[in-house]
Design a protein around this ligand. Structure first.
Ligand code: ARG
Length: 462
């Protein structure tokens, strides 16, 4: 773009000097905010109607603006919209093109409006649609997890704390733990929607609208649930961006943790799962390698989205009331977070749906010592206080370790030397299925409670 003299710019009346081309490039936001072209046009069409209601535009003028704006929209959609030098942002570009198409009446559109209330409106309109799309992707991911959990309900695996084998669990129980995280992410986004759908339009540059435009009518026209109740707040608020970036960061953290679990489970040492070829890559040097790149990227991109949030927060802090150009830096992190989360949710869903599960390897990894807690619980049922049973079971673990055998190989006579309450039925403890099914309070690993979790999520999905 060549430098344009101030006088040719939409805001150029008071300028006589040229803008340094470097400054022009530094200042423009069109190369990224063009993605909001449809929201910008929708907002303008609604605003023209509101001006018409106030008698600022005649019905004919409003009609001319409306069809002109529809023509501009069509150009964007067809990819034929041509940017000109001086198209600083999406707002000025659309208005410039509207003027070329409909003539001087285009100059009436911005009456009482500022790019300050316009940009805040565009962002909220744009983000609302994206949040709804993200909600769809979150539901698909929960659906994939639930589907797998249902199909694999018989598969048992070691559950971990501190990444050390702890107690047997169902593989489904593990999958569903993430499904509940993602369900919460979706619920948070749903609760966020009414906060996005507050209309700033009609706040002017900062001090409000002098033509008494009916802001509540505008809100209805644009499908917003309320109007911002203070024009300074309306133009300078970007909390909705900060909140959205937090929601994205938290969802990415859930994705990252799931990815980390699956990376560990897919190593040869664990061998619990195998990633489909479609989501892995090879090594350029080592022919045998199959790397979980999809999972590593998911884990890595969580850092990127967190960076979008923290970067934006640093920009946002310390701004004086109301609009400051710093705020132009709000859009790229918002766009990047939307794109990154959209891609990540889709890849996660596909990885889960195509994952191969090695139930045999999971079962082999279940060792008798993982039932030491069950042994203690056996004594509890015989009336021995838990604190005591914990010690007794610990002694049994040690006895097995000293003998180089599994705890389940100890005879009833061996166990009786540790406590007289042990009887023949202690042998029934050495059963992983039973251990898992014993935990049948809500939220536990039993078949019935896991099925309950599946039903709960299915109900929510429908
Ligand atoms: N491109 C600007 C932004 O993204 C639009 C608002 C400009 N307002 C202004 N007073 N210069 O923030």
């Amino acid at each position: 773009m060549t430098s344009a003299s101030g006088a040719t710019k939409l805001w150029g009346g008071r300028f006589s000097g040229e803008t340094d081309p470097l400054m022009e490039a530094f200042n423009e936001s069109i190369h990224f905010d063009r993605r909001m072209y449809a929201a910008d046009i929708r907002g303008s069409q609604a605003y023209a109607k509101a001006l018409c209601k106030q008698g600022i535009l005649t019905a004919d003028e409003q009609q001319a603006l409306d069809s002109g704006l529809t023509a501009v929209l069509a150009e964007w959609q067809a990819g034929t919209f041509e940017l000109r030098s001086g198209d600083e942002d999406i707002h000025t570009a659309n208005e410039r093109r509207l003027g070329e198409l409909v003539g001087s009446v285009a100059g009436k559109l911005h009456t009482g409006r500022s790019r300050n209330d316009q940009v805040a409106t565009d962002m909220r309109l744009w983000l609302r649609d994206e949040v709804n799309a993200l909600l769809g992707f979150l539901r698909e991911l929960v659906g994939a997890l639930v589907h797998r959990a249902e199909a694999d309900i018989d598969v048992l695996m070691p559950g971990y704390t501190h990444l050390q084998r702890a107690q047997p669990i169902r593989w489904s129980h593990f999958l569903l733990s993430y499904a509940f995280w993602f369900q919460q992410d979706a619920q948070r986004l749903e609760q966020f929607l009414p906060r996005v759908a507050q209309l700033p339009l009609g706040s002017g540059a900062l001090a409000g609208n002098p033509f008494q435009v009916d802001r509540e009518w505008l809100a209805q026209e644009l499908g917003f649930s309320s109007v911002t109740p203070n024009s300074l707040y309306g133009t300078s608020d970007r909390d909705f961006v900060a909140e959205f970036l937090f929601h994205c960061s938290l969802t990415m953290i859930h994705i990252s943790r799931l990815a980390e679990d699956l990376i560990i489970y897919s190593t040869a040492e664990f061998g619990f799962v195998q990633l489909a070829d479609a989501y892995s890559t090879g090594s350029s040097l080592m022919p045998q390698k199959k790397n979980p790149d999809s999972l590593e990227l998911l884990r890595g991109k969580s850092g990127r989205v967190f960076g979008d949030m923290s970067g934006f927060m640093m920009t946002y802090k310390g701004l004086p009331s109301t609009y400051n150009k710093d705020m132009q830096e709000d859009k790229e992190p918002m766009f990047d977070a939307v794109d990154t989360l959209t891609g990540s949710l889709q890849i996660t869903t596909a990885v889960i749906a195509t994952l191969k599960v090695n139930a045999g390897k999971m079962k082999q990894s279940l060792t008798g010592d993982m039932l030491a807690t069950d042994l203690a619980e056996y004594l509890v049922r015989k009336g021995v206080p838990f604190r005591q049973t914990h010690h007794i079971s610990g002694a049994a673990v040690k006895m097995a370790e000293d003998r180089g055998c599994q705890i389940s190989d100890l005879s009833v006579a061996d166990l009786k030397t540790l406590h007289e309450a042990f009887e023949d039925d202690v042998l029934l403890v050495w059963n992983f299925e039973k251990s898992v099914d014993n935990r049948s309070s809500i939220g536990g690993t039993s078949r019935v409670t896991v099925q309950g979790q599946i039903e709960h999520l299915k109900l929510w999905l429908n």
